[in-house]
Design a protein around this ligand. Structure first.
Ligand code: PBE
Length: 300
């Protein structure tokens, strides 16, 4: 859209024989209308997140080599640094490519698109599973039952993410959402007995979707009497912590593709309670105003 406007402006400018200053009024970046390739404009950098994330390993180890993008690199950071970089570029209508995923609030805040992945390396829609330590069922049967019954839809987790994005503390957002969704929450606590302050440790990574889901589960477990400690860790330690029993549960296991290597590494040392959410997506995400549509376009 923006490119088209610039094109029209330039054409008019030429027709009228005026000095070539068209394009400024679009507020576009200095690269607008230049002949630089997208790689040159971006210094061949994709804005990534934390190195333990599955999307980072997929992008670096599979997507770049298989699409022949040897010149490109994925810059390590965090989920928060990625969304900050996205906001900064978006506000100036500058080009940017990020490692992105759904559900995520960024799609409600900005007009974005996934680059097509004709080789299908990022995989199709995945599930997000709840994984607990071995022995949880015997030690905390009611927590186990609640965690097993925890299941929601993308629109629910998106609502919590949006509340957090609007400035609410994650615990407040979780409490507000749980208060407004009593029917769904009561399906998770059905047949669950109240307990008296039994302690539980939930491990999570600071990915926006997992921040939201972990705080909601904390809130609901506390409503039946558990004392929950949410421990923020990196992805590797999250899986290792459930496997070695130092953590009781996690609700952010993306499967079968994103966390395939962690799953295989620790298989047999955890219990998989199955999906709490289905229909996720991973990929390279760009603002809709960018003039590329496919990962293959990065080769030019
Ligand atoms: N994510 C969000 C994670 C899983 C949840 C897609 C950033 C990952 O890539 O491992």
């Amino acid at each position: 859209m923006l490119k088209k406007l610039v094109g029209v402006t330039s054409a008019l400018t030429l027709t009228l024989g005026l000095a070539a200053c068209g394009g400024n009024e679009t507020g576009g970046s200095s690269s607008e209308g230049s002949s630089e390739s997208i790689g040159e404009q971006l210094d061949y950098e994709i804005v990534g997140i934390d190195p333990g994330a599955g999307i980072m390993k997929l992008t670096i180890n599979e997507v770049l080599p298989e699409y022949g993008l040897d010149d490109w690199e994925v810059v390590e950071g965090s989920g928060a640094a990625m969304t900050a970089a996205l906001k900064k570029a978006y506000d100036k209508e500058e080009p940017i490519i990020v490692t992105g995923w759904s559900p995520h609030w960024k799609f409600a805040s900005y007009d974005l698109k996934y680059l097509e992945d004709p080789k299908g390396i990022y995989g199709g829609a995945e599930d997000v599973n709840t994984i607990v330590r071995q022995g949880l069922k015997e030690d905390h049967p009611d927590a186990y039952k609640l965690l097993d019954q925890f299941n929601w839809e993308p629109e629910h987790i998106e609502a919590v993410m949006n509340l957090i994005q609007e400035g609410n503390d994650p615990a407040e957002a979780a409490a507000q959402w749980a208060g407004e969704n009593e029917e769904l929450v009561s399906a998770w606590t059905e047949g669950v007995n109240n307990v008296d302050g039994e302690e539980l440790k939930i491990l999570y990574v600071a990915w926006d979707d997992v921040i939201a889901s972990s705080h909601v589960v904390e809130n609901v477990l506390e409503s039946v009497g558990y004392e929950v400690e949410l421990v923020q860790v990196d992805a590797g330690p999250m899986w290792a912590g459930i496997a070695d029993g130092s953590g009781d549960a996690m609700v952010g296991a993306w499967l079968p593709t994103t966390h395939a290597d962690y799953y295989a590494e620790y298989e047999g040392q955890f219990e998989d309670l199955g999906p709490n959410l289905t229909g996720t997506k991973l990929g390279l995400v760009v603002p809709a105003y960018m003039d590329i549509d496919s990962i293959e376009d990065l080769k030019e």
